[in-house]
Design a protein around this ligand. Structure first.
Ligand SMILES: Nc1ncnc2c1ncn2[C@@H]1O[C@H](COP(=O)(O)OP(=O)(O)O)[C@@H](O)[C@H]1O
Ligand SMILES: [Mg+2]
Length: 360
């Protein structure tokens, strides 16, 4: 099949534009994660690839062929959902085997494929059980097994780990990455969980309100978010973004933020100055904001302890605040204390307040 592509795809449901002017190419054998908040159109995008929805305009391409008119069952893809939808009266073996039976695959081949899927998914001991005798994680594995046996060209997964507890999610995440490697197939994986996206994806495509915001490898998206939405959706706690004005400081351009000034990366600052903007949005990640008595004065509103680290929420002004991420072994400031913050220029992101786009 090679690539899967969206070409100028829009999908409307009445007045709702679920997917808007979507252009995206998914490489053959890529693990692509579609990431975004609830309601942003992720499932609709995936269902368009599956053939479960028809675009209002535009085309879905598999390789060089438009498949917009090809029925779902003829698209050679498998879909795995959050709800497992297993047949309750069938054993695990029969559930996994089901798509092979409907395709009239000979028995010996069915046995071989089911055994192989069971081995990959650690289901060998459970083949004679019924779904009601399985945990949530095991049921999700059976659903995966049922998808795998057909060896489709692509796997489409819609929040498949949402029903699992946190520990199992972490384990299954790693297993899905390994499965992707072994199967050598394209995976398109939908989630609202940025940690899943960061840990599993070759590339992340971030959506908001039906529109693609940015696509790139996880680290690139983290380090160079294309706009304030991406900056604040990826990373936890989110990037601090405050309003600022640009001024000339000692060593070049600085940003006046509530509470003080911070240095700016020279190239981006020059670009921002040339745009003649009325103000700027300045972003700094919580791990890049230092509580070291620096030039930006703030008042500690709250200290949250997470065990391995603390989040210090600092008021810069009545309207603006910033979160500092502090290692657990650093003594935290007291609530109400006045502190001084530092951000180094290399870790400062600039955004256009009119468009919210990154300025480089
Ligand atoms: N069948 C449908 N009929 C009407 N509206 C729909 C339908 N499916 C999705 N939507 C709307 O489209 C938008 C995107 O939904 P969805 O793709 O399910 O988002 P996500 O998976 O990101 O949570 C939402 O506003 C949703 O209410
Ligand atoms: Mg969804």
């Amino acid at each position: 099949m090679s690539r899967i592509a969206f070409r100028d795809v829009t999908k409307r449901f009445g007045d709702v534009v679920a997917v808007r002017d979507f252009n995206l190419e998914i490489e053959d054998q890529e693990f692509l994660v579609l990431l975004g908040p609830s309601g942003c159109g992720k499932s609709t995008a995936l269902r368009l690839v599956a053939g479960l929805e028809e675009p209002t305009s535009g085309e879905i391409m598999f390789g060089d062929v438009a498949v917009t008119d090809v029925e779902a069952k003829n698209r050679d893809i498998a879909m795995v959902f959050q709800s497992y939808a297993l047949y309750p009266h069938m054993t695990v073996r029969r559930n996994i085997e089901f798509p092979l039976r409907t395709r009239k695959i000979p028995r010996a081949e069915r046995v071989r494929l089911v055994a192989e899927a069971a081995r990959w998914l650690g289901l060998e001991e459970l083949l004679e059980r019924r779904p009601s005798e399985l945990s949530g994680g095991q049921r999700q594995r059976v659903a995966l097994g049922r998808a795998i046996v057909r060896r489709p060209q692509a796997f489409l997964m819609d929040e498949p780990l949402s029903n699992l507890d946190a520990k199992l999610r972490v384990k299954t995440r790693a297993e899905l990455v390994e499965l992707h490697r072994q199967l050598s197939r394209t995976f398109v994986y939908v989630t609202h969980d940025q940690v899943e996206a960061m840990t599993m994806a070759d590339r992340i495509a971030i959506m908001n309100e039906g529109a693609l915001q940015q696509i790139g490898p996880p680290q690139q998206v983290y380090e160079r978010p294309a706009n304030t939405f991406v900056a604040q959706f990826i990373g936890s706690p989110p990037m601090n973004v405050v309003r600022a004005t640009v001024a000339h400081g000692g060593d070049g351009l600085v940003a006046n933020v509530p509470g003080g000034t911070i240095p700016l990366p020279p190239a981006a600052a020059a670009a921002a100055a040339a745009m003649n903007l009325d103000g700027l949005l300045v972003g700094v990640r919580p791990e890049h904001l230092l509580l070291d008595g620096g030039p930006v004065k703030a008042t500690v509103r709250l200290v949250e302890s997470l065990g391995h680290e603390r989040h210090v929420i600092c008021d810069l002004s009545p309207e603006e605040f910033a979160i500092v991420r502090l290692p657990a072994d650093v003594p935290p400031p007291a609530k109400g204390e006045t502190v001084g913050l530092t951000a180094t220029a290399e870790h400062v992101h600039l955004f256009d307040p009119n468009t919210t786009l990154r300025i480089d």
